[in-house]
Design a protein around this ligand. Structure first.
Ligand code: 13P
Length: 255
């Protein structure tokens, strides 16, 4: 494990005051874990306040989405430049965006290009549905999402992306993938990334996401190609997210 990395996705939860309270509750615990990249992704409305709450802590902040265009008549949308005003990371390609908001690989690819062009680090998500897994298509689906999502990037650009494998059936279900299943999928992603980013693929952060909690995180980051986690529900509890981040940092230090 070469790039310990843990990120919180707070999804559509928390008012500004609640988000600042949660950020303050995890600030000291996360600040101490210098061996891992730590990122918190609040809703847009709380980005500025949460960034201020983490200032000087070493904890990065990210948006949960962005529009690929720089500006324009896109009511309700937020551009990468607007995101970059406030933070350094952005989640793109989350399965909830793909499934609930109809985002295509092509649209996600445009976001990845725009984010990198602005100097933002994309946390690029992919993963198969249960139906696709049961049809034996998990590896092919993930490969396709990876190839299409990162299409047109040169190897240096690919190497600046954090990739999160989030099987849709494991998100918010309390039914995490087994470490074996995650490793198999993520080993495959690492091999694909080797073709896209050359040797730099070995040090790219690959995150597992889907029902991660303080009890199962160690078993994931013990796997060769799992460098950390993208955490939903458990990241809404300061003690749980700090415990998960500590396990990620510890696995990084041990490798
Ligand atoms: P849960 O940790 O709640 O399963 O969510 C995972 C996720 O979607 C993170 O982006």
């Amino acid at each position: 494990m070469t790039a310990p990395f843990v990120a919180a996705n707070w999804k559509m939860h928390l008012t500004v005051a609640e988000a600042v309270g949660l950020a303050k509750g995890m600030r000291d615990g996360l600040a101490a874990l210098t061996g891992a990249t730590r990122v918190v992704c609040p809703p847009f409305t709380a980005l500025a306040a949460v960034a201020a709450a983490f200032e000087g802590s070493g904890v990065g902040v990210g948006a949960q989405n962005m529009h690929p265009e720089a500006s324009g008549a896109f009511t309700g949308e937020v551009s990468g430049a607007m995101v970059r005003d406030l933070c350094a990371y952005v989640i793109v390609g989350h399965s909830e965006r793909r499934q609930l908001f109809g985002e295509t690989d092509d649209f996600i690819n445009r976001k990845v290009h725009a984010a990198l062009g602005l100097g933002l680090t994309p946390i690029f998500c992919l993963g198969e549905t249960l139906e696709q897994r049961e049809a034996g298509r998990a590896a092919a689906v993930c490969r396709e999402q990876l190839r299409r999502g990162l299409d047109g990037l040169d190897p240096d650009a690919v190497a600046r992306v954090a990739v999160a494998y989030e099987p849709v059936w494991a998100i918010g279900t309390g039914r995490a993938a087994t470490p074996d299943i995650a490793q198999e999928a993520m080993g495959g992603l690492r091999r694909e990334l080797g073709e896209l980013a050359d040797a730099a693929a070995d040090s790219m952060p690959l995150l597992y996401g889907g029902s991660v909690n303080p009890d199962n995180i160690a078993s994931f980051v013990a796997e060769a190609d799992i460098d950390g986690a993208l955490v939903g529900g458990a990241s809404l509890r300061a003690d749980q997210f700090v415990a998960i981040a500590a396990a990620v940092a510890q696995a990084g230090a041990a490798s």
